[in-house]
Design a protein around this ligand. Structure first.
Ligand SMILES: Nc1nc2c(ncn2[C@@H]2O[C@H](COP(=O)(O)OP(=O)(O)OP(=O)(O)O)[C@@H](O)[C@H]2O)c(=O)[nH]1
Ligand SMILES: [Mg+2]
Length: 332
């Protein structure tokens, strides 16, 4: 999923190295010539000194200017490009670097800044369930987001993840809006052998979720996973409905599901949902389809919300716990 961006980042490293080496060669030859003409005995000393080279601010500016469009095409947000550039300037400019270590140092600097960007705050899902249990309640997880982002599929994957850890789950069919949405969730419920609490189409989703929580409490079920209808933040009625779901049920976690294929628009989507109901955590889906990789970095850095999982396919198993180190290792 990171091939496209990986190529771009590697060209950032080699472009900086090439530029620095090119400039350095011209300057070194000039200095050697001048030194030999003046004081030949000093020549060797100077030559030794200038096997160490320096990266200038101008070189970095030039490389990032050349690479900006390509990084943007890989869905890396402008804010992230600026951060990488500023961090690399701070780490590399003015530092005497051994020529043999040039690429390694540039790579290391890029690795550090990328790690910083993708290292989002962490949330421990099991801790949330345990804390709710201490208060005699099930943990309520509400999945929300844009139409078709992958909410229902992701909810089922997360339920499967909980089942694998021996927690019990129940579904709340909180999407009573889209045709066939209840049947879609029922199908997952049957496959995973999980109960589903549903009302009629057109019913109030806040009430469906409320009933599911009551059911879980009565049956001592650990987790309620509530589906909701897909909505655009511009749809006032549906956004009001979401606010009501939250007001009535006070979820332990409002999980925004974002489709990586949407590129940088996921940043707008998150900001809008955050403003209206508050987003506690994010899951990014369809990373198996999007080969650009930049949207993960952009979402992590710009939104600074915990990322719980990455969705990597249509099967229940295609859910990967979010690990910043792994992302950086895949990139550079
Ligand atoms: N390749 C791939 N497909 C996915 C992934 N997650 C979801 N999908 C697919 O995306 C499509 C939409 O998924 P849903 O789970 O129905 O999305 P939704 O957000 O619930 O959609 P609405 O309820 O209509 O708003 C389905 O075909 C899913 O199989 C993923 O990580 N990778
Ligand atoms: Mg759905």
């Amino acid at each position: 999923m990171f091939d496209f961006l990986k190529k771009k980042l590697n060209s950032v490293v080699s472009k900086i190295a090439e530029k620095v080496k090119g400039k350095e060669k011209v300057e070194r030859e000039k200095k050697i010539k001048e030194t030999r003409e003046k004081k030949p005995s000093f020549a060797e000393k100077i030559i030794k000194k200038i096997t160490e080279i320096e990266i200038t601010e101008k070189t970095l500016d030039e490389v990032f200017e050349e690479m900006e469009i390509e990084l943007l095409q890989a869905d890396v947000a402008v804010e992230v490009i600026e951060k990488i550039k500023a961090d690399m300037k701070k780490n590399l400019v003015g530092k005497n670097i051994k020529k043999s270590k040039l690429e390694q140092e540039i790579r290391e600097s890029l690795r550090k800044t990328l790690y910083d960007a993708v290292n989002t705050p962490k949330i421990d899902l099991e801790e949330i369930v345990k804390n709710a249990k201490k208060n005699g309640k099930p943990a309520l997880l509400v999945f929300l987001g844009f139409n078709g982002a992958g909410k229902t599929t992701t909810l089922a994957k997360v339920a499967n993840w909980f089942l694998s850890k021996k927690y019990t789950c129940v579904f709340a069919a909180g999407d009573s809006f889209r045709a066939a949405s209840i049947e879609q969730l029922e199908e997952h419920a049957n496959k995973l052998k999980i109960n589903i609490i549903k009302h009629q189409y057109g019913a109030d989703p806040a009430a469906v979720i409320f009933d599911a929580v009551k059911h879980a409490q009565a049956k001592n079920i650990d987790v309620v996973l509530a589906d909701t209808a897909g909505r655009a933040h511009t749809n006032k009625n549906l956004m009001d409905q979401l606010e009501k779901i939250v007001r009535v049920n006070k979820p332990d976690l409002k999980i925004l599901v974002l489709d990586s294929m949407t590129g940088n628009d996921i940043i707008n989507q998150c900001r809008m949902f955050d403003q209206s109901v508050g987003v506690d955590a994010i899951i990014l889906t369809k990373n198996d389809v999007s080969n650009k990789g930049g949207s993960i970095i952009s979402a992590a850095y710009v939104l600074k919300k915990p990322i719980l999982f990455l969705g990597n396919g249509q099967e229940y198993k295609d859910l990967e716990e979010y690990r910043p180190e792994k992302i950086v290792n895949n990139l550079i």
